[in-house]
Design a protein around this ligand. Sequence first.
Ligand SMILES: [Zn+2]
Length: 118
Amino acid sequence: MEKTFTEQMQELLYAQKREILEGLAATNEEFRAIVAEMDPKDVADVASDDIDRKMIEALGSQDIKRLKAIDAALTRVSQGRYGLCMACGKKIPQERLAAIPYAVLCIQCQKSEERRNR
Ligand SMILES: [Zn+2]
């Protein structure tokens, strides 16, 4: 059976998350020890909340943001709400999701969010 778009995006999200966590494991001994004890397929299931402060400090703020966004997107997948804007509930275009699988806001809401944070 062909995979749905959401399933494809979910796989991408897991792959990106694993990449970040592996990058962290490569630079942080403590985290490497944790990962070494885990089943490789479970590594991607580590919630960013489970990663303690020290490890978060080892990660760049850019990676943390991405990790949190990925987690949020994966939560949306499990809620069956992936691809719907978190703010307005409208569908996020698939091109946008294909480019940024962890996008949880449509372009319009993203823009107003950026305006607010400025
Ligand atoms: Zn929106």
